[in-house]
Write a protein that binds this ligand. Structure first.
Ligand SMILES: C[S@@+](CC[C@H](N)C(=O)[O-])C[C@H]1O[C@@H](n2cnc3c(N)ncnc32)[C@H](O)[C@@H]1O
Length: 447
């Protein structure tokens, strides 16, 4: 006899978004997978396309909040666990962190945050017996809300990184950086033209850097101007290095570490003839897609800059070197949990070699801009000091405060650019801050 067909139970609304968020957080914390790769592109979580846009946005927000406030969450939730997080069921920790993040920072009713977390625990093969514990702990989190300072981000930077920033910038500035990293940043975009009018369309503001800043959320590709290629996403600080060349129209420029092409696009949009080099063919493909959308011209080369032989020199070279990216934690809250001090040992020798190569590729009289989105001096100030000491062909061309919109605090004593995440303060933290960047401008002086 044929059995009656049983259709699967429809899933409780909102559960899939939380389960996928838990998978992605586990991907970062337990498998060291970069967040960007899990959210978009070929390696993105297979469940994301099955979610409605609203749930996808919730997943992204949950993941970012848990990673951004990880130290605080672990401390608070851990305080309610007599025996710590269950080691044999690691998913329970993730479920508790996601539940607590919803109660403390998201607009989710407590009962929904608790109920959905309990369901996630029940569905976990190793952790189902902790479902009662999840229920009890999250109820205590909700009760503790009135005595909890949701803005205190002092536990959210790993100790090794905080110690570095204290050494480099002093106690107070290190605290300000950590605090700035605790806030979700606004969306910054660089427009091809008509910043004021795009700011109006996007309900944003024009920053002194010319960047349009908006609080618009959701899918970037659905925002006005994206499809027609009127702008691209770029943090306000990231837009400064390419401007340091001054008038670049009709000049031959080489962008040595170009992909995905934010700075390349600025150079092309300013009228330069740009050759964009990157060693990652996949990232060069993304750059080409971006340029097709923006209707900008560029010559692309997928090659290792250390080996590439163009057979000529350029009027200007931009070297946006690979780095630890510790200046971008506001936008990439996975960085502190993926990177370690050991990465500096790999990256700094590569940066030095790339710098030497970049100098070779600048014609005498031409300009080289070196930049990194790192707060670590080994990847910025120290690289330039070492280059100037070993290569008499280059001299520093100091940056004036007027070139950075009068923000004298953006310029070091030596004349380099150094932005910190707590600069550009605003009463409303959603509008404040910019990435931490270093940039130096050098001139090749030999004949
Ligand atoms: C900081 S990202 C560049 C960001 C880009 N300039 C932008 O504004 O969108 C660094 C890039 O350097 C590339 N890269 C790393 N080592 C390289 C090498 N030896 N030669 C060429 N590109 C390299 C990486 O693939 C990565 O895309």
């Amino acid at each position: 006899m044929a059995r009656p067909r049983v259709s699967p139970q429809p899933e409780v609304p909102g559960l899939a978004a939380r389960r996928i968020a838990a998978d992605i957080i586990d991907g970062v914390l337990r498998r060291r997978l970069p967040l960007d790769e899990q959210l978009s592109g070929k390696s993105a979580h297979f469940g994301l396309p099955t979610l409605a846009e609203r749930d996808r946005a919730l997943t992204r927000r949950l993941v970012a909040t848990v990673l951004r406030r990880l130290g605080t969450l672990r401390h608070l939730v851990g305080g309610f666990l007599d025996k710590g997080f269950p080691a044999e069921a690691p998913r329970i920790e993730t479920i508790l962190l996601i539940g607590a993040a919803q109660i403390l920072w998201l607009d989710v009713p407590d009962h929904a945050a608790v109920d959905l977390s309990v369901r996630l625990a029940q569905a976990d093969r190793r952790g189902s017996r902790y479902a009662g514990l999840v229920n009890a702990v999250l109820r205590r989190v909700a009760q503790s809300r009135s005595s909890f300072d949701a803005n205190d981000a002092s536990r959210d930077t790993p100790a090794w990184l905080m110690a570095r920033w204290q050494k480099t910038y002093g106690e107070e500035t290190a605290r300000d950086i950590a605090q700035a990293n605790g806030h979700e940043p606004a969306l910054d975009i660089t427009v091809k033209a008509n910043a004021e009018s795009w700011a109006e369309h996007l309900h944003g503001d024009v920053l002194p850097t010319g960047t349009v800043r908006t609080l618009a959320h959701g899918a970037i590709s659905l925002l006005p101007g994206f499809v027609e290629g009127a702008w691209w996403v770029q943090d306000a600080a990231a837009s400064i290095p390419a401007r340091l060349f001054g008038d670049i129209a009709a000049k031959e420029v080489c962008d040595l570490c170009a992909a995905p092409g934010g700075k390349t696009a600025q150079l092309a949009n300013a009228g330069a003839k740009v050759t964009a080099v990157d060693r990652s063919p996949a990232r060069i493909a993304r750059l080409k897609e971006n340029f097709a959308r923006l209707k900008l011209d560029v010559e692309t080369v997928a090659a290792d800059a250390l080996e590439w032989q163009p057979g000529k020199q350029f009027d200007a070279v931009l070297l946006d070197a690979p780095c630890t990216a510790t200046g971008t934690i506001r936008r990439h809250p996975d960085v502190p949990w993926l990177k370690s001090e050991n990465d500096l040992g790999v990256l700094t020798p590569l940066q030095s070699k790339l710098l030497d190569r970049a100098v070779d590729l600048v014609r005498p009289g031409g300009t080289l801009v070196y930049c990194t989105c790192s707060l670590e001096p080994e990847e910025g100030e120290a690289q330039i000091a070492a280059l100037l000491a070993r290569d008499p062909r280059v001299v520093r061309s100091p940056i004036a405060a007027a070139e950075v919109f009068g923000h004298a605090e953006f310029v070091t004593e030596a004349g380099d650019l150094r932005t910190l995440p707590h600069y550009l303060p605003d009463e409303d933290p959603r509008w404040a801050g910019l990435d931490g960047f270093f940039a130096a401008r050098l001139i090749r002086k030999d004949a």
